[in-house]
Structures are given as structure tokens and as C-alpha cells.
Write a protein that binds this ligand. Structure first.
Ligand SMILES: Nc1ncnc2c1ncn2[C@@H]1O[C@H](COP(=O)(O)OP(=O)(O)OP(=O)(O)O)[C@@H](O)[C@H]1O
Ligand SMILES: [Mg+2]
Length: 402
């Protein structure tokens, strides 16, 4: 039997090889763990705030704040599901609805997603074509007709604020004041945000009614992150497959920065995968280091891939003329446009693009004073050119120039 077939070799290795992750789903970000550590007081506060719904009266609107990965979504979802369990037993006309603004590209889309969860059909609420005020009216009518006590959780509500900025700010205000328009039933709004400054972008009237109550989630410290990790590792990894120093490093890296539990869990998952691929039966410090690097690279790759074509051309121009001035980059860019057969944009536009790309951190600029010749700005890459080639290699238009 031939052992040189590359596919067979990998499949053999996977079958006989060590798998140290016993349940991958538990490491996925949507998994809701049974035990939520260090968040008793937050769970109590959120429950307390929503309690009135069980007595069929309207809870206050609620705003939940805190840095990324501090357990906001987790806690709110858990409270909702616990309330839901009780509602199902008692047949109250209660409706708990969760929607993440980041998943929607328009305000209309978000409203429709809420409407679908109220069981509004395509016929009652078409996916396109109405004015947003009309969509909103139909949501309220549904609540009114069925005398529903509804809680709308809008996660990452700062994105909604951005969507709203484009479509007219009034909708959030209308949301928070919906009860004045309801004859029967009620609507409570729960907003979740990790952007602590997002309030500044809102209309003060919206802030005062949305923030009737506020709950702030503090950052986890390294010790707390370590406990969360231990719990998660226990359920998802084979016993003793994560070395203590690796666990400590993982907690230190995720806890040290901003106490982000998501980052900690991502790190251990990626480290586990790397360890398995290397046929190792334990996750070591080295695997955690490699995981950090891999996650960083994935972020860079995703952000590079998401640029429009001309931004990509500008990035390639810098790669080819690393450390050049704006003028030199522009000539190099113009050449690339010729090669790929696209019309070039103006130098002014390209200069503007350079500043935008600089903000994302993949290039850095430095002003150079040239005496009587004035000044110019020189740019260089902060990432490797291999990373750029790797990220752009699938784009047909760019294949000839990279
Ligand atoms: N106290 C905890 N116990 C167990 N797991 C936790 C805890 N806090 C957070 N996690 C886990 O960490 C990850 C991030 O948590 P969550 O999604 O709730 O963060 P978040 O505060 O909503 O962050 P963001 O603002 O970025 O949305 C999830 O996988 C969650 O299960
Ligand atoms: Mg969240």
C-alpha cells in the first residue's frame, strides 16, 4: 500500500493522531456556558431590571455598557432565556427579541429582523420598499393588537447609531418613546454597547430615555480570566492537555490588555488547533505564542482583503516603493493602474486614501522637511510584503502585479 498519498497521510494522521480538543463547539463564541463566573452582580442587576415583565408591566429601558469581551451579550442572553423558560410555562403574552445591529447593513434590515421575530410575515412586513417610519408603525401595531409585552434587545447598538446617522436620527427617539403610542402592550428597549463614547453621538432626548437604567460591566482581571479559561478548558479539552504555564500566559495576554474573555478563549482554541496539527498532546507556551501571532495575522489579512480595488493598488504601490514620498507612490500607483487596465484616481484622492490607510495601522507615515522645497510625507509598510501578497493573491486583477 502506498503511504505517500498526501491526502491519505493527513487522514491517517487525523485518525491515529492525538486530538486534544474534545468538544470544539464549547470554544465557539456563540456557546453559552452553564456557569457565568464573576458576573453574579451583573446577572442580578439585569434580571432585576427586567423583572417587571413577569408581572406584565413595563420594565424601564436599559443600557448595558462595558469593554469588549466582558460578558455583556452572554449575561443578557442568559437572563432572556431564563425568563423565556418561565414565560413558556405560563402563557404570558411576552415577547423577548434579540438582534445584533452589526449583522444588519441598514436600519430597515434591523427593523425587519425585529418584525420577523414578532412573527410578522413578508406580506405584513415586506423586506424592502416601505418607509422606515411605516415599518416601525407596523411593529407597534403588532404589539398593540396582540397586547404583547415586548423586550427588544439591540446588541452593539453603536452600529445602529451609525446606521441611523445615515437615515435620519429620529428612529431611535421614536423607539424609546414607543410606549406613548401604544394603547395596549408595552415595549422595552435594551441596548448593549462596548463603545463607551457612543452616547455622545446621540440626541440627548434619546440618551435620557434609553438610559432610564444603566449597568456597567467592568473589565476582568488576569485572575478572573484564568478562572473563566479553566472552566472552559475543562469542558472542551481532554484532561491535562493544557500546561499550566500555557494557561497562565494565555490569561496574562488576554487579561493584561483589557480583560477580554473572548480573546482568551480564541487564543486557547487556536493554540489547541496548532498543537493538534503538530501532533502534540499538550498545549504549551510556545503554542500560545504561535496562536497570538496567527490571530494577529488573520486580522491583518481580513482587513487587507476588505479594501476596495484602488486602495489595494495604493498598498501595492507602497510595497513596491517602500519608504517613498507621496509623489513617488502616486507615480507607482499610476503605473499599476495602466498594467491592470483601470483608470487612475487623482493625486488628491490618493493622498486622502494614504491617510485613511495609515489610520488602520498597516502603513506608517513620516513628514520630511525639505528646506525650501517644503515638506512631503513618506510612507512605509508596517506589515510584511508576504502578508500583502498572500492576502491579495486570489484577486484576479492583481495577479500580474504582485
Ligand atoms: N463570566 C464569564 N464566564 C464564562 N465565559 C465568559 C464570561 N464572560 C465572557 N465569557 C465568554 O467570553 C466571550 C465574550 O463574551 P461576550 O460575547 O458576552 O462579550 P461582550 O461583552 O458582549 O463583548 P462585545 O462588546 O465585544 O460584544 C464569550 O465566548 C463568552 O461566553
Ligand atoms: Mg457582545
Amino acid at each position: 500500500m502506498s503511504v505517500s498519498d498526501p491526502i491519505d497521510r493527513m487522514l491517517d494522521a487525523a485518525e491515529s493522531g492525538k486530538s486534544i480538543i474534545k468538544n470544539r463547539n464549547i470554544l465557539h463564541f456563540t456557546y453559552i456556558p452553564n456557569i457565568i463566573l464573576h458576573r453574579d452582580s451583573e446577572q442580578e442587576q439585569v434580571t432585576q431590571s427586567l423583572l417587571p415583565i413577569l408581572k406584565q408591566s413595563r420594565p424601564s429601558n436599559l443600557l448595558v455598557y462595558g469593554k469588549p469581551g466582558t460578558g455583556k451579550t452572554l449575561v443578557v442572553k442568559k437572563v432572556l432565556s431564563k425568563i423565556q423558560e418561565r414565560v413558556e410555562k405560563s402563557n404570558f403574552p411576552i415577547k423577548l427579541i434579540y438582534s445584533n445591529s452589526k449583522d444588519e447593513t441598514t436600519l430597515y434590515g434591523l427593523l425587519v429582523s425585529l418584525g420577523r421575530q414578532l412573527n410578522l410575515t413578508e406580506k405584513e412586513l415586506p423586506s424592502t420598499g416601505l418607509a422606515t417610519s411605516e415599518v416601525f408603525k407596523r411593529l407597534l401595531n403588532k404589539i398593540d393588537e396582540e397586547k404583547l409585552n415586548a423586550i427588544f434587545v439591540i446588541d452593539e447598538i453603536d452600529y445602529l447609531a451609525q446606521l441611523v446617522a445615515k437615515t435620519g436620527k429620529d428612529i431611535l427617539y421614536q423607539f424609546t418613546r414607543a410606549n406613548e403610542r401604544l394603547k395596549q402592550g408595552s415595549l422595552t428597549l435594551v441596548g448593549i454597547s462596548n463603545d463607551l463614547t457612543f452616547k455622545e453621538k446621540l440626541d440627548p432626548r434619546v440618551i435620557s430615555s434609553l438610559g432610564e437604567e444603566e449597568i456597567v460591566f467592568t473589565n476582568y482581571n488576569v485572575e478572573q480570566i484564568k478562572k473563566i479559561l479553566e472552566e472552559r478548558i475543562h469542558d472542551s479539552f481532554i484532561e491535562n492537555s493544557v500546561e499550566e504555564p500555557a494557561l497562565n500566559l494565555c490569561a496574562a495576554l488576554a487579561g493584561g490588555e483589557h480583560g477580554d474573555a473572548r480573546r482568551a478563549i480564541d487564543l486557547i482554541r487556536v493554540a489547541g488547533e496548532i498543537a493538534e496539527r503538530q501532533q502534540s498532546d499538550r498545549v504549551t507556551i510556545e503554542h500560545i505564542r504561535e496562536a497570538t501571532q496567527k490571530i494577529e495575522e488573520n486580522k491583518e489579512e481580513t482587513s487587507l482583503k476588505s479594501y476596495p480595488l484602488h486602495e489595494k493598488l495604493v498598498i501595492i504601490a507602497i510595497m513596491k516603493a517602500n519608504g517613498s514620498s507621496t509623489g513617488e507612490i502616486y507615480s507607482s500607483y499610476k503605473n499599476l493602474c495602466k498594467v491592470v487596465g483601470r483608470d487612475e484616481l487623482t493625486q488628491r484622492r490618493v493622498t486622502q486614501m494614504l491617510s485613511e490607510i495609515e489610520m488602520s495601522g498597516i502603513i506608517s507615515g513620516r513628514i520630511i522637511h525639505q528646506g525650501i522645497h517644503g515638506r512631503t510625507k513618506k510612507y512605509k509598510l508596517t506589515i510584511s510584503s508576504e502578508m500583502i501578497k498572500k492576502s491579495f493573491k486570489d484577486e484576479l486583477t492583481l495577479q500580474d502585479i504582485i
